[in-house]
Design a protein around this ligand. Sequence first.
Ligand SMILES: Cc1cc2nc3c(=O)[nH]c(=O)nc-3n(C[C@H](O)[C@H](O)[C@H](O)COP(=O)(O)OP(=O)(O)OC[C@H]3O[C@@H](n4cnc5c(N)ncnc54)[C@H](O)[C@@H]3O)c2cc1C
Length: 544
Amino acid sequence: MENLLQQTPLVATDLGEHVDQFDAIIIGAGVTGLYALYRMRQLGFICRIFEHGSGVGGTWFWNRYPGCRFDSESYTYGYSFSEELLQEWDWKEQYSGQPENERYLNFVADKFDLRRDIQLSAHVVSCVFDEDESCWEVHLEDGHRARGQYLLTSVGILSAGFIPDFEGIDSFKGKWCHTVRWPKEGMDLAGKRVGVIGTGATAVQLIPEIVKEVSHLTVFQRTANFCAPLRNGPIDDETQREIKANFPEIFKKCNETAGSFIHEFDPRSAMEVSPEERLEQYERLWAKPGFGKWLSNFYDVMMPGEANEDYAEFFRNKIRERVHDPVVAEMLVPKDHMFGSKRLPCESGYYDVYNRDNVLLVDVREAPIERITSKGVKTRDSEYELDVIIFATGFDAVTGSLNQLDIRGEGGKTLKDKFANGPRTYMGITSAGFPNLFTINAASVGNFVRAAEPLVDWVSEAMCYVRDNQFTCISPTLEAEDAWVNHVNEDGAKILRTQANSWFVGANIPGKARVLLTSPDTAPVMRAKRAEVAANGYEGFLLQ
Ligand SMILES: Cc1cc2nc3c(=O)[nH]c(=O)nc-3n(C[C@H](O)[C@H](O)[C@H](O)COP(=O)(O)OP(=O)(O)OC[C@H]3O[C@@H](n4cnc5c(N)ncnc54)[C@H](O)[C@@H]3O)c2cc1C
């Protein structure tokens, strides 16, 4: 990953031996970090965000690839903390694109005067706990140091881009990039022979956009995924008014669902209704926009078994209908994982791309990529000549961005070593031996902001509790941590998310321990658990 990070210029500010002092240091200015700053400031904490990028937005700053957009409904993803913001901001599309999302987060930063506490182009390279002073010292790449009683890592769940260790990348004579570092000025693809490696959610968004301008596209696929039509569209004035009048109901509904999305499962079993009724429901959901096809269906399509397989076959047949060449269609039909065991990529014309004469799908599970050559990509069977290679190879999820921070806690022990066999945390956000560290990047899943806002609220309330009770440190007990890790492993094994080889369990990264990286609990259960812990005087924590 070093090669990716080096592409970003850093502003070198030589502040000599001066060390800035804060109550809380927040790393990352994405949706989580921006809200953390807003909330902590409200509660009287003096904070500073250090952000590697030259702008705010996190995911929505970095992922500039064509086609990048929400698969959450825009108005369910935005912040809920300010009624004024909700009424002022107009989401223009049901599933808003990256440029608009980045504008939104810049709007938020300006509206709430957040920028004065954000240092951009500030790459944190290590974080060390000073046991004598009970505070964290953060080191930036430019030599700058800062200290804070608390350290909050809002460094993203999907922010550390990953490129497999292909031999020969440096020998490639054309241009290449990873989608998470798509250059601001764009990539010149017009009339070029372009190769895309990877067919996950990002590639599925990217490919239908770039195919319009390339001369030839080669897609290197390892895993065929279940993808559903997004069916994006503009938000008209009447719908806009309706949304704005109904935010309390919208957020209430989101907060009641397992993943904080607005879609609710049908409490009926797919196998209890007639085949005709079942198919009618599948088709009705298929015709609707967004994640309803995943999260509004019969509840048992999300459980291993007959219903899941029935719905998976419905999806497979949809792919077979769309792709004219039956051999190519069969390559695109997922057969090695259950429907719903991965986050569902949403597409806008993805399968149709494979009906074009200038597009080639290469199965790299059958004939693996052996190396990148000066001319292109060499698989076991062939060499593909390319002018541009795009790595849509995903992320070292959750712990990837944490490891890059080189966090050192009590006794100089590193979080990276501690997490070598999977995260060892209490509720995803704290870890024994790392006092006053809140790994807030690691605990939100689902419709992200719906989960991130209450999480940040809980952390800020815990900090107030420490302050108001004249403590200086909060850190989980080993017993609480062990119990949590057991819970993640035991209950994680029962859910669909751990059944596929996906980033949720680190399976996309060679050598990474195969462990559920997030909580196995639903969002309401997580919130209730945290509330109970707080109500019981921060049960499971040592307060000193
Ligand atoms: C392409 C894409 C589309 C997505 N779409 C959706 C969606 O539709 N709905 C949904 O719910 N979720 C979606 N997600 C999940 C997404 O990760 C979250 O929605 C959200 O953006 C995460 O916000 P965050 O602030 O926690 O982290 P991020 O937005 O990832 O921000 C982390 C920030 O930390 C900074 N950082 C990291 N390391 C360092 C360091 N060492 N020093 C300084 N700064 C550092 C990074 O530069 C980055 O700006 C998507 C993710 C991706 C990648």
